[in-house]
Design a protein around this ligand. Sequence first.
Ligand code: ZN
Length: 298
Amino acid sequence: MPQGQIRKALSGFYYVYYQGETYQTRGRGNFRNRNLTPLVGDFVEFESGNKDEGVVKELLERKNELVRPPIANIDLGVVVTSAVEPDFSTQLLDRFLVTLENKGIEAVIYITKTDLIDEETYRSLKKYQQYYESIGYMVYLPTNDEKEQAIQDLCGHFANHLTVFMGQSGAGKSTLLNTISPELVLKTAAISTSLGRGKHTTRHVELIPLYEGLVADTPGFSAIDLAEIELVDLKELFPDFVQVQDQCRFRGCIHHKEPGCKVKELVDEGTIAKYRYANYVQFYDEIRQRKPDYSKKK
Ligand code: ZN
């Protein structure tokens, strides 16, 4: 049976890419009973007599999946965040980063709107850039003159990867994507359809082949909750903590109130950024106070 990849989901159809062709398929009836939903990005076994009437028979194992946007098998997340309007926020950035870390997705940070900031703000953003790069994240902070090169470098990450763009509303993600490929924005823009009375707006997810890879846009978020992150996992999602956690006095130290905590020592010393620790504590409290969700499977 042929194995292809779902590159688009729309109106109940899955568009499966296989050997240079796209096949329109439907999901096999019993997926629902098995609590399975085929996602864009899924590798599937499918049957198809012609290109319009195929059936997805089986989903192959996923390496990861995001809920928003619903995409599977993501390799790289580009977090688009603005220098200003809205102001740069490490808390928002860290929300994206821990979400990606939690799924084992590599993250790259791209900071927009640098043409709207003064010299002082630029210098402080440079410091953030240095810190995040020191803990393993590539950060693009291009001035106007550097933009073209930065975008070219960014596209260099796409090859052989499934890349997803994410960012808060107003971060300038659409502008950036438009520069990379107008097709990307166009194809994933909201589609308004008239259904009986009134307008119905839907967004669909589609993977666009670009620079030898596949790229997806996502709607801008106004807030990111940490709903999928378990409390015990949180400390593992901060690479700056993970690097030194072996030196904490207690195994399984959560870097909160324990004595002999290396993370807290390094925060006091200024080696680990204070804002990273503050965000960690805030996320920790947020997850701890969340109501248990018994409906969750697993
Ligand atoms: Zn500790």
